[in-house]
Each structure stands twice: as structure tokens, then as C-alpha cells.
Design a protein around this ligand. Structure first.
Ligand code: PGA
Length: 248
């Protein structure tokens, strides 16, 4: 039985004041939440979140990392630095990084490796664009994105990976995939993993992301192969985020 996981991706939205009230708001409602809950904060706020969540069940993640361990990479942040601030998770391969920063599936696989090597759990995002969906390439795109990681790291690496299926056309658009659309891709992902290892396929959490909100979360998370959500916009309001956390 896979545990429900709800992760908030704040993207580039935060201030010291908003982080303080958002985390306090989430913590005040955590007692009735049975899902695992992660907040992925922008780098400058990791330390603040780390102090606020001490002695709570809330977990911390980052939104990106560099593939290198350390050195002359101005402006970059390593997996060890992220860990140093108490984070256990890091998002890799978000579609915004793939499309706006040119991260290929090979780079995403290398980042996944850097995260795992440092002891972080990657939240590995995959998903197709609208054009790819409309031309019937959803499964091929998702398979290419996952196979890059499987070929670099091997299937057993997925013991330490959380997958997030995020159709690009649903991210930040208010257009959520229907539970049937999402479940069908989640099942495809699980079958792809099962081609290499049935054990890994049954164990790996696969979250849905893309305009998940308090109103649609329960229907999505109740699907057989949807194990939780990666939440953008609705993760910025404590009440909305908590409702999603309770939907699992
Ligand atoms: P959204 O973002 O919930 O605002 O659509 C999800 C994500 O990009 O992870």
C-alpha cells in the first residue's frame, strides 16, 4: 500500500512574511493530515522553513539543483547545500526547467543522480505538452523522459524516487486533466516501470500535478495509480493546501 504524498511547489513565489504565515498556517492544520506533506521552497527560504518546521511532520524540499558537487559554478546550488538546510527532497525535471532553461532528459537524469547520491529524494517530473498530447505522443514523451533516468541509474534507483506526472497543458492553466486522463498516464508509467521490475512499479509513488486544487484533489487522488499531488498555485494558501493534504 503506497502512502499518499502531497508536495507544494511554491515556484518563485515567497517573501519572509508570506513564508512565515504559510508555514504556520499549514502546521496549524497538520494534526488531521495522514498524507506525507512536503513544501518545496525557493533556495533563499530553505533556512527559514527549516527552523519553522522543527519537531513537525512537515518535510522540506528544494526546486532544483546543480549536477556538480561543488566548485566554480557561479549562482548554482548543490545537493549537499540543500541537505545542509534540512531538506530531504528536490524537484527535478519540472516542465518549466525543461522548457525555459533547456534541461534535456539527459540533464534531468544527471540531476536525479546527483540528488540520490547526496541522499535526497528527487521528485522527478514528466509530462507532455498540449501539442504532444494532440498528436498522440503523450506516452512516447513520458517514456523518453523516464527511460533517460532508467538507463542512467537503473530501475532500482526508483526505490528512492517520487515521480510526478504533470501534463504541461494543465500546469498553472486551471485546465486539470480529468481523473480518467491522469489515471491512464499513471497506469502507463506504472507498466513502464513494471517492464523492468514489478516490485519497483508497485512501490513507486506517482503524483499528479497540474491545476490540482481543493475541489478536484479527492477525485484525482482516489484513482488507483494516483498517489498524491504536486501542487503549484494552490500550495500558496494554507487552507487550500491543507484541504488537498486531507483529500488523500
Ligand atoms: P499548478 O502547478 O498546480 O499551479 O498547476 C503545478 C506544478 O507546476 O508543479
Amino acid at each position: 500500500m503506497r502512502k499518499t504524498i502531497v508536495a507544494g511547489n511554491w515556484k518563485m513565489n515567497a517573501s519572509k512574511e508570506s513564508v512565515n504565515s504559510l508555514i504556520k498556517g499549514i502546521l496549524s492544520g497538520m494534526s488531521d493530515v495522514s498524507s506525507d506533506v512536503i513544501v518545496c521552497a525557493p533556495f533563499p527560504y530553505l533556512s527559514q522553513v527549516e527552523s519553522l518546521i522543527i519537531n513537525s511532520d512537515l518535510m522540506l524540499g528544494a526546486q532544483n539543483l546543480n549536477v556538480n558537487l561543488k566548485g566554480a559554478f557561479t549562482g548554482e546550488v548543490s545537493a549537499d547545500m540543500i541537505k545542509d538546510f534540512g531538506a530531504q527532497h528536490v524537484i527535478v525535471g519540472h516542465s518549466e526547467r525543461r522548457s525555459l532553461y533547456g534541461e534535456t532528459s539527459t540533464v534531468v537524469a544527471e540531476k536525479t543522480k546527483a540528488a540520490i547520491d547526496a541522499g535526497l529524494t528527487p521528485l522527478l517530473c514528466v509530462g507532455e505538452s498540449l501539442e504532444e498530447r494532440e498528436s498522440g505522443r503523450t506516452e512516447a514523451v513520458v517514456a523518453e523522459q523516464l527511460n533517460a533516468v532508467i538507463s542512467l541509474l537503473g530501475i532500482d534507483a526508483f526505490d528512492g524516487i517520487i515521480i510526478a506526472y504533470e501534463p504541461v497543458w494543465a500546469i498553472g492553466t486551471g485546465l486539470t486533466a480529468s481523473p480518467e486522463q491522469a489515471q491512464s498516464v499513471h497506469l502507463f508509467i506504472r507498466k513502464l516501470l513494471a517492464d523492468s521490475s514489478e516490485r519497483v512499479a508497485q512501490k513507486t509513488p506517482i503524483l499528479y500535478g497540474g491545476s490540482m486544487n481543493a475541489g478536484n484533489a479527492a477525485d484525482l487522488i482516489s484513482c488507483a495509480d494516483i498517489d498524491g499531488g504536486l501542487i503549484g498555485g494552490a500550495a500558496l494558501k494554507a487552507d487550500d493546501f491543507l484541504q488537498i493534504c486531507k483529500a488523500g
